[in-house]
Ligand binder design. Structure first.
Ligand code: G3P
Length: 217
């Protein structure tokens, strides 16, 4: 399973990238706002830092305008994936941009039928939002399961990019189901390393070696 990091914070991307944890990056208008950076400038910087796909989202709502924005974003670097919303216009933009050879990530997916349409429009990635479904007492993981079954039934090559990941269990369940990619905030990726028994065991080992008075260096 590939790990994309869901942020526009350069230092956090760089830290994870140095560890080989970053297969790609996703951004959205809210993350750009949070970064305080210019969308074109920060996207260019991220594209230079990582070799995998970097999703940059259009801000237009009409297909023609999304296509124009997508073409401009696509000129930033070869690893841009243009992110379009899962609307009818977004699907039109997806088809055109894919036909032109750009990667496209169709975002704001909340149903398996939406994911089916995105695959038929040739999306490179479909982004079902797990956490936002959980927020309204629906089951985000069952959407990932449904999309996995449907894409496998028909051999669609669109990659399932599990998004709106909030917890380590979202990551685990996505891996079990067979999502192709998860995109998660840096803190969620880093917290995958944490386990209370690791911390407890390490504290005991350190206490024991200290009592022996031994040091390696
Ligand atoms: O990739 C989409 C993701 O950023 C949405 O996450 O937590 O805002 O629902 P969230």
């Amino acid at each position: 399973m590939k790990f994309f990091v869901d942020t526009a914070e350069i230092d956090q991307i760089a830290e994870l990238n140095d560890l080989g944890m970053v297969d790609g990056v996703t951004t959205n208008p809210s993350l750009i706002k949070k970064s305080g950076r210019d969308i074109l400038g920060v996207t260019k910087e991220i594209c230079a830092l990582v070799s995998g796909p970097v999703s940059a989202e259009v801000t237009a709502t009409q297909a023609d305008d999304m296509i124009a924005e997508g073409r401009k974003l696509g000129q930033i670097a070869d690893n841009i994936a243009v992110k379009v919303p899962l609307t009818w216009d977004g699907l039109k933009a997806c088809k055109t941009l894919r036909d032109e050879g750009l990667m496209v990530n169709v975002t704001l997916c909340f149903s398996a039928n939406q994911a089916l349409l995105a695959a038929k429009a040739g999306a490179s990635f479909i982004s079902p939002f797990i956490g936002r479904l959980d927020d309204i007492n629906l089951d985000g993981m069952s959407l990932i399961e449904d999309i996995r079954i449907i894409y496998d039934n028909y051999g669609f090559e669109t990659e399932i990019l599990a998004a709106s990941i909030r917890t380590v269990n979202h990551v685990l369940d996505s891996a079990r189901i067979g999502a192709d990619v998860i995109t998660a905030p840096p803190n969620v990726i880093k917290s995958l390393a944490s386990h209370p028994l690791t911390e407890k065991g390490l504290a005991a080992f350190l206490a024991d070696i200290e009592q022996t008075g031994q040091k390696i260096l």
